[in-house]
Write a protein that binds this ligand. Structure first.
Ligand code: FES
Length: 145
């Protein structure tokens, strides 16, 4: 089968879909390869600096939906700084893989999470390093193509 059961499950029943009106950080990114876009919202518990809630909206393909859904589950309830180390590879592994020509879709989820954290840091005057400079290139190490 082309797609794993987990991919199909997250595609058909995506978790944390929607908008968030009182988000602490919003990230919107586009995929250079296909032109699809993704918006990610995070709510941060200021005392513990953890992500208390997360929502996403995408005009992307099924793989983008599945990877974003999995990514939101992986960062929800976790420290904000942990969300920065979430890689598209880790999300793909958690979904038991994606076909190679769909790996670029998973980059959208990773970058939207980072963009949302960057927005939160910017709004709150929190300093950050190069790890938050969201890349919109199509480098092989991310896309696997
Ligand atoms: Fe555009 Fe998958 S084809 S995100």
């Amino acid at each position: 089968m082309l797609y794993s059961e987990k991919v199909m499950d997250h595609f058909q029943n995506p978790r944390n879909v929607g908008k968030m009106d009182d988000a602490d950080g919003v990230g919107e990114v586009g995929n250079a390869k296909c032109g699809d876009i993704m918006r990610m919202y995070i709510k941060v518990d200021k005392d513990s600096q953890t992500i208390s809630d997360v929502k996403f909206n995408t005009f992307g393909c099924g793989s983008a939906i599945a990877t974003s859904s999995m990514a939101t589950e992986m960062i929800k309830g976790k420290p904000v700084k942990d969300a920065l180390t979430l890689s598209n590879r880790a999300v793909v592994e958690a979904l038991d893989g994606l076909p190679t020509h769909k790996l670029h879709c998973s980059v959208l989820a990773e970058q939207a999470v980072k963009a949302a954290v960057k927005d939160y840091y910017d709004k709150n005057g929190i300093a950050y390093g190069d790890e938050l400079n969201v890349c919109d290139h199509d480098c092989e190490h991310c896309t696997g193509e």
